[in-house]
Design a protein around this ligand. Structure first.
Ligand code: FPP
Length: 247
């Protein structure tokens, strides 16, 4: 068992961890292989980290799997990723059910290729009663898209006289986001040495702790995940207060 696992405080776990999985392409290049080889290796990390999070008792894991900007990648890579999603979701249903993992998607999945949309919708339906952990896949997701959609929906309520502008609260906005009913992540992890948020969960990470590591996503395993949780637990979360008010 890992050293970090032994040091994790079970009473101070984040309820929700969000991850920007990055570095698949560079990992593949380092190994002299095509980029898709890196994405395949990345799927293994998805499995390992989901298991590790579930074992710890974390309730929500949100993974940035495909952003609205990722459509700009070479078409061959986009197609390979969409195919990999179908293969992975179909291939993992049994294991997800065995481990109590509920699959969920955030993002406009109706715009994904029909086969990907179908596999995902079936995966979500087939795992909907699982209770151990929810695995939220951010697919065709971006925070600016999400906030724009929320604004449109709220504006529509105002136009219809359902809501007065002066009565709009933070809760109204949160209710119109793709993460409705999901607690905000306390911890955001980004792999591969990049220190950017890349249009991910901009509203929800208002008070998240950030954890950056140089490790490429395919090399990010249970030990790395435990380390991130341990590091998170060393932080003092003040929410605008001063240290003395916390302890
Ligand atoms: C980032 O690495 C990775 C992605 C944009 C895609 C992530 C996809 C997977 C891990 C596979 C499918 C996922 C699931 C949930 C089944 P990059 O390609 O940006 O790497 P680079 O920055 O080194 O080029």
């Amino acid at each position: 068992m890992s050293d970090y696992l032994d040091q994790i405080d079970q009473h101070n776990l984040p309820k929700h961890v969000a991850i920007i999985m990055d570095g698949n392409g560079r990992w593949a290049k380092q190994n002299g292989r095509p980029r898709v080889f890196g994405h395949r290796a990345g799927v293994k990390s998805v499995r390992t980290v989901t298991e590790a999070a579930s074992r710890l008792g974390i309730e929500h894991l949100t993974l940035y799997a495909f952003s609205t900007e990722n459509w700009n990648r070479p078409i061959s890579e986009v197609n390979a990723l969409m195919h990999l999603l179908v293969e992975t979701v179909k291939g993992e249903i049994k294991a997800l059910n065995k481990n109590g993992v509920r699959l969920n998607a955030i993002g406009d999945i109706s715009k994904l290729p029909a086969k990907t949309y179908k596999a995902l919708s079936e995966g979500i339906e087939d795992t909907k009663d699982n209770k151990a952990i929810t695995l939220n896949l951010a697919l065709n997701y971006s925070a600016k898209w999400e906030l724009t959609e929320a604004t449109k929906a709220i504006a529509d309520k105002v136009r219809k006289g359902i809501l007065e502008p002066e009565n709009i609260t933070e809760d109204h906005i949160a209710e119109h986001l793709a993460t409705y009913n999901i607690p905000d992540p306390e911890l955001l992890i980004r792999t591969s040495g990049e220190h950017r948020v890349s249009n991910f969960l901009l509203w929800q990470i208002a008070y998240a702790e950030f954890y950056f590591t140089d490790v490429f996503w395919p090399d990010f395993g249970a030990e790395e995940f435990h380390k991130a949780i341990y590091q998170y637990q060393q932080r003092e979360r003040r929410f605008g207060k001063i240290s003395e008010q916390i302890s």
